[in-house]
Design a binder for this molecule. Sequence first.
Ligand SMILES: [Zn+2]
Length: 280
Amino acid sequence: MEFRYFDAHTHAHFPAYGKEKEDIIRRAAEAGVGMITVGTSKLTSAEAVAFAEAYDRVWAAIGLHPGHAVESDRDEDEFGASDDAKKIPAESFDCDFFKKLAESEKVVAVGECGLDALYADTEEKKEAQRREFVAQIRFANDINRPLVIHCRDLYEDVAKLFEMHKPKKSPIIHSFRGTVAEAKRFLEFGCYFTFGGVITFPPKKNGIDYAEVIREIPDEKLLSETDAPWVAPVPYRGKRNEPAYVVEVVKKLAEIKDASLETMREQILKNTGQAFGLRL
Ligand SMILES: [Zn+2]
């Protein structure tokens, strides 16, 4: 199978796609896109592995999202519709369950896990997120896979936990939205950075200057993603996102780095292979 592009962080197995999952995969195949579909809980991680087992061009990451280390609102794109369950209860990382899942050769990373300020408005929630994240750093070291990090506004806290618990494999920071200084801090841990649809949006006043941050990150540490079904890149902005659209993200990365699309495309495939131990 020939890969031309790679969506390093997607949720192609989510209920958001209903019966259209085959179409999503077909369009990805036509564009030469490979992908890692990412779990966020026990349920969605088990589904990610089953999905990856069904398709050649799909691999899986398994883990517990910081938003599910605490009670959260039910997102129908993620968990499907339900009349009676409007909340998703807090989950704690079930090591034995995830260890069984990790027996699949398709499991290439642990995550998405990390810290998210949006779901950490009390000390108790903060502590729960920290506890579940540390459990996953240990688990990733135990099974010798890299971490896929989800972080909102708590990059320094994540870096401190890296210092204490030392990930063995270079972590992948998904949808990086930190500063140049924070990027440099993570480079010391050998991290990779994935970027998605937001980098194709016109910059907001006083918002993150993605171009500035991306220029500071070495080419060999850049990855591309969609985070589908959310945050579709221009020109699909506002629509449901899907892995085939990752091509637009790579175009933007090439433009920012003043490289040809071909050079950037090849570089990202190479980086993805190294980050996840895949032969692409
Ligand atoms: Zn995600």
